[in-house]
Design a protein around this ligand. Structure first.
Ligand SMILES: Nc1ncnc2c1ncn2[C@@H]1O[C@H](COP(=O)(O)OP(=O)(O)OP(=O)(O)O)[C@@H](O)[C@H]1O
Length: 282
């Protein structure tokens, strides 16, 4: 497994390198993902390894096109690896399931003809996980947790982008998945709302201690949201490093320690490009 290695050119001094030994909830081992189009074979990730443990906030961080979303899709069971394996609780992932719930970036992930409550109830009913009465009770509880009780009976078009995202999170949480999969969930929000949503996610995590696999290309977001970060190389995505980083919140963002961590992750992400530029100058 190469998840704990660093490129030679990167200074990792002071960064806490992950070292965990319990049984993982999610085990991604040597996963290569490819897309076959009529003309091309696109390799999205190459032999990626990582493990996620219960109650972790695990972040996949990397530049656009490095295969973050593809990895999330594969964990979700929507894309089969051409090489390697993905296991959840020791079982091979072979398709989508209610044990893995996705939250996307798009605002239109909620059917507009359903109210907030009906949206949250829907997967509970569709999966046969709850009776109508149980689903309603669970939905109202989850809606309250994301502070939307007053909006339970309105339709999504009456909500702001941030509120819609909270509904999507409530809908996923209601299913009590083993792992919540979040694909750049706040990327389409304005900066202030994005920050508020990150704080709310951390607050919700403090209350419920769920496991989340979170995709972002923002270093700052990764440091605030994550308890561990997997740093991926540009296309095709390969593991560059894995870092422990819990403990930063928005108050820490301007601190020298935070800035230093961000700077070193940036160097890691773009180490190859930096080398190239150096080469061009000499
Ligand atoms: N359906 C598809 N068909 C063909 N190629 C695809 C498909 N989906 C993704 N790819 C390619 O796979 C690679 C990885 O894409 P992916 O969306 O997983 O990256 P990403 O890191 O999530 O990018 P971004 O941050 O821009 O969303 C890219 O080169 C992309 O063009």
């Amino acid at each position: 497994m190469n998840a704990f290695t660093y490129p030679d050119s990167v200074d990792t001094a002071g960064m806490d390198v992950a070292n965990v030994s319990e049984r993982p909830l999610l085990d991604v081992s040597g996963v290569t993902l490819q897309y076959k189009t009529r003309r091309h074979l696109v390799t999205a990730t190459y032999r990626v390894d990582f493990q996620v443990f219960e109650a972790e906030r695990y972040v996949l961080l990397g530049p656009s096109g490095c295969g973050k979303s593809s990895l999330l899709k594969a964990v979700g069971g929507f894309l089969q690896p051409v090489e390697g394996a993905i296991r959840l609780n020791g079982w091979a992932v072979s398709g989508p399931g209610p044990d893995r719930m996705m939250v996307f970036q798009e605002f239109d992930q909620l059917p507009p003809w359903k109210t907030v409550k009906q949206n949250v109830m829907f997967p509970l009913l569709a999966s046969g996980k709850a009776t109508r009465r149980e689903a309603e009770e669970k939905a109202l509880d989850c809606i309250a947790r994301v502070n939307l009780s007053k909006f339970a009976d309105v339709h999504p078009h009456m909500l702001s982008g941030g509120m819609k995202q909270r509904v999507a999170i409530a809908r996923a949480m209601a299913m009590e998945p083993d792992i919540l999969l979040m694909d750049e969930p706040f990327a389409a929000l304005d900066a202030l709302t994005r920050r508020k949503m990150q704080e709310e996610l951390l607050q919700l995590w403090d209350d419920l201690r769920f496991t989340v696999l979170f995709v972002t290309h923002s270093i700052e977001e990764a440091l605030v949201v994550g308890s561990r970060i997997l740093v991926l190389s540009p296309h095709p995505g390969q593991v560059k490093a894995e870092l422990n980083c819990g403990g930063y919140d928005h108050h820490a963002v301007g601190s020298p320690d935070f800035q230093d961590a961000a700077r070193r992750i940036h160097a890691m992400l773009f180490a190859d490009e930096v080398e190239t530029v150096k080469g061009l100058r000499s």
